[in-house]
Design a protein around this ligand. Structure first.
Ligand code: 4AD
Ligand code: MG
Length: 437
């Protein structure tokens, strides 16, 4: 039996198992706040009830045992489900019996008082139990499920890209290297994209969803060294359609959270208005126009510069929906991006920026599909040609126009939950200065 199902068991006897996350006593009555992973409930334990149900002696003994309960005691409660007298629709448990699994012998280190972020991160293995962290992981779970659901509904097949790879996808300076037997250095994947490009000629539309690694020295609220990415790739999809897929997917994912995570969003005190607004079409602005706008807003960004984190924050505060910033200067983007035939200094790419100051959640582009051009790009970017031979093969045997994108799950969770820092969105964050617990 789980707390979330109590509403179906009014007036019936049930057994719940979980942890005491708060409690108080007043005379011969105790209020036990129980959490079981599915929700939270108040158990009411009365000395008189224990005596009535269990007899005077045993009831007294049980009551004395209950006085030993402290925070995070693991316990089984047996009792009758009643509706809260003042809050209809809310349920409580009138406890008749309990069985203690363990009473902590030390004081639980996380209390109701304010703790600093470093203390909480040091105690991440315990912090995960708090209602905020619980709510974040529930939202994360919904976003993952919604993503799989939408992708499968739209003919994308899950395809697992490797984690150990021989070369870079996004740029050589941000790779974690590992010794790989007699074969020399291997690298932890930054994105499964290149492998997905191989898969489209077999499966048409594919996606992967897994951990990726970036040895970026960025110490910002948006960067992790290990994070979860969903890469999607589709044959015969060009730039415009690529953006449509993204806005449909993101809108669906946010809609699912609004539908399924009311309790969680309330715990997180998330303002729902901006989320309710997330429906296609999203805004589109070219990089050139974004630069103009940013300069008006006081940024010193150059015409050919990538958008910095501050630029993204300023820009997205101007809009009430996500924004695609399209057609970046080719010189600041990856080698595989197809150039805009109308102005080859720019790419057929877009970053999707989340509103409310959140910034980039997706990077995507149409891919260069011409063999000779791609060879030229690999040379221009000074990448090792041998490592890309198999990738070039894809342009030799039935090359087609194709596009794809990748989202950072933690960035989306942070935005949807309304969190300041991305580190709370992943169970055990890895950052340049943190690898434990
Ligand atoms: O923009 P990025 O680097 O794009 C790629 O890796 C492409 N190969 C994806 C593709 O086309 N299949 O990364 C994609 C997304 C970013 O938009 C951002 O949301 C997230 O991954 N991201 C990070 N999230 C957390 N910490 C980091 N260090 C991140 N770097 C990128
Ligand atoms: Mg990017």
């Amino acid at each position: 039996m789980f707390i979330k199902d109590l509403k179906n068991y009014k007036s019936q006897e049930v057994i719940l198992r979980g942890w005491i996350y708060n409690f108080r006593s007043s005379g011969s009555i105790m209020f036990l706040q129980l959490r079981d992973g599915t929700g939270f409930v108040q158990g009411i334990l009365e000395k008189e009830t224990l005596k009535q149900v269990q007899g005077d002696n045993r009831g007294e003994e049980k009551w004395n045992e209950a006085q030993k309960i402290v925070l995070e005691t693991s316990i089984e409660l047996t009792g009758t489900v009643t509706e809260h007298p003042k809050h209809p629709g809310e349920f409580e448990l009138q406890v008749k019996d309990f069985k203690i699994y363990q009473i902590p012998s030390e004081e639980y280190p996380i209390s109701k008082k304010e703790h600093g972020p470093e203390f909480l991160l040091d105690n991440r293995h315990l912090w995960l139990r708090s209602s905020h962290q619980w709510a974040i992981q529930k939202v994360r779970d919904t976003l993952i499920r919604a993503c799989y659901e939408w992708m499968h509904e739209h003919n994308f097949i899950k395809f697992d890209s490797p984690i150990l790879t021989p070369a870079a996808c996004e740029g050589t300076t941000t790779l974690f290297g590992v010794e790989y037997f007699d074969l020399g250095k291997a690298y932890l994947s930054q994105s499964g994209q290149l492998y997905l490009e191989a898969a489209i000629a077999s499966l048409g539309r594919v996606f992967d969803f897994g951990p990726v690694f970036r040895a970026e020295k960025s110490k910002t609220r948006r960067h992790l060294t290990e994070f979860w990415m969903m890469d999607a790739e589709a044959a015969f999809v060009e730039h415009e359609e690529n953006l449509k897929i993204q806005e449909e997917l993101i809108s669906f994912m946010v809609g699912k959270v609004l539908a399924e995570n009311k309790v969680e969003l309330e715990i997180l005190e998330r303002d729902l208005k901006p989320l309710e607004n997330i429906k296609p079409p999203f805004y589109r602005i070219t990089h050139s126009d974004a630069v103009k706008k940013l300069r008006e807003l006081g940024s010193d960004i150059g015409e050919m510069d990538d958008l910095g984190a501050d630029d993204e924050t300023i820009l997205t505060k101007q809009y009430d929906k996500p924004i695609f910033v399209e057609k970046y200067p080719a010189e600041v983007k990856a080698f595989y991006m197809k150039r805009d035939p109308q102005n080859p200094k720019y790419c057929l790419n877009a970053d999707l920026l989340a509103p409310e100051g959140y910034g980039e959640i997706i990077g995507g582009s149409q891919r260069e599909d011409d063999y000779e051009t791609l060879v030229k790009r690999i040379k221009e970017h000074k990448l090792p040609m041998e490592a890309f031979e198999w990738y070039l093969d894809l342009r030799k045997f039935g090359s087609v126009p194709h596009s794809g994108f990748g989202f950072g799950l933690e960035r989306i969770v942070a935005w949807v939950c309304g969190l300041q820092h991305i580190r709370e969105t992943i169970p055990f964050p890895r950052m340049i200065n943190r690898i434990t617990p």
